[in-house]
Design a protein around this ligand. Structure first.
Ligand code: 6CS
Length: 353
């Protein structure tokens, strides 16, 4: 607790020194009475999360006629992913994007979104499920109990495993030291394939790969490109076993301090943001792959037949067992909801409704 309060105080001071008139008490205002909203995310400038944040900034500043300014702080400027969640919950920042791993210890049920083979292969199905389904509504409730209010759920692309040897079967992963995000479920799920999952901070992953302290890692294509992981890896394994999901949140203290008009404005722009970020991640998945292939033509891509994928899917059951061990009845309820959401949406889209 002391550590968290110290982080909040340090960050409040940093924001003030940077001239953003930051306070730890919700919205701040600069000398021209312009309200300043503080937004932190976990990725680099130009990433999917950064594009989301910059679009949010553009829309808010435009719709408020310049009466509100949004200051965006990418990862590392204020805190890492886990630290950013604490800044949000203590209202040292007003908005944050997080992923299921960064909240795994406070909302274990959220690891549902990292289960392997749980999502549809059709990203449009997933987009609808995340924004209109019952599972995320139930997760919203769990977030609120922890002083966070989800405003949008979005995908950043399929997770791709990078390695220095080809992976065709789970047997190929035996002893493979793979960097994963720090989530108990992910560690168990990747152990299920026979690998040796190792949590390493995002920002230290490149150097760990370079120094052979780990053999590989898993992330969406855009991240593999912008974090330069491909430079020190030889294979891109497109298993399509997991989708990277992010959650855009505010906190109750800040939300309650807004006017009705401001709240309505933030809610209204979510629909536009939703489509925008869906298109960005789609475009990045293609463009960034081309960039990787141009910069490193020797890198090999591995695709899987249904049969090959099924061999991994069978092993993925271990992740489900761990998820249910960690979350009990609530976890089972959420899993049922998500599977029903996906089945209903796939049916709806296939029928062209
Ligand atoms: O693997 C990670 O830790 C990170 N990956 C992405 C794509 N975003 C942020 C997260 O911390």
């Amino acid at each position: 607790m002391k550590k968290i309060l110290a982080l909040v105080l340090v960050v409040a001071t940093m924001i003030t020194v940077a001239g953003c008139s930051g306070t730890t008490e919700g919205t701040s205002a600069d000398s021209d009475d312009v309200k300043v909203w503080k937004f932190v995310h976990e990725e680099s400038v130009g990433s999917v999360q950064d594009q989301f944040a910059m679009k949010f900034k553009e829309l808010v500043e435009e719709k408020s006629d310049g009466k509100i300014r949004v200051d965006v702080y990418p990862v590392g400027q204020l805190a890492d992913g886990v630290g950013a969640i604490e800044l949000l919950r203590y209202n040292a920042v007003n908005f944050a994007i997080n992923n299921p791993a960064t909240v795994a210890t406070i909302i274990p049920e959220n690891q549902l979104l990292m289960l392997h083979y749980v999502f549809s292969d059709d990203m449009e199905v997933n987009r609808r499920v995340l924004n209109e389904g019952n599972a995320t509504k139930e997760l919203d409730r769990l977030y609120m109990e922890k002083d966070m209010i989800p405003l949008n759920w979005f995908q950043e692309g399929f997770q791709v495993i990078t390695s220095n040897f080809p992976i065709h079967t789970p047997e190929d992963m035996k002893g493979f030291k793979i960097r994963v995000m720090a989530s108990p479920l992910l560690i168990e799920a990747y152990s299920g394939y026979g690998s040796n999952p190792t949590p390493v901070p995002y920002m230290e992953t490149y150097s760990n790969l370079q120094l052979n302290m780990i053999d590989g890692q898993v992330n969406p294509v855009f991240a593999i490109e912008e974090m330069k992981f491909y430079e020190v890896q030889e294979y891109l394994n497109f298993l399509n076993h997991e989708v990277f999901i992010a959650t855009f949140c505010t906190n109750p203290e800040f939300w309650d301090s807004l006017t009705d008009e401001e709240r309505a404005m933030v809610e209204e722009i979510q629909e536009e943001l939703d489509q925008y970020i869906f298109d960005v991640q789609n475009q990045y998945s293609q463009e960034r792959l081309e960039k990787i292939l141009t910069n490193k033509p020797s890198i090999e891509q591995i695709e899987y037949t249904d049969e090959e994928r099924a061999a991994f899917q069978e092993k993925a059951q271990i992740g489900y067992d761990e998820y249910l061990r960690l979350t009990g009845e609530e976890g089972q309820k959420l899993l049922n909801m998500l599977q029903e959401d996906i089945a209903a949406t796939e049916k709806e889209l296939n029928q062209g409704v």
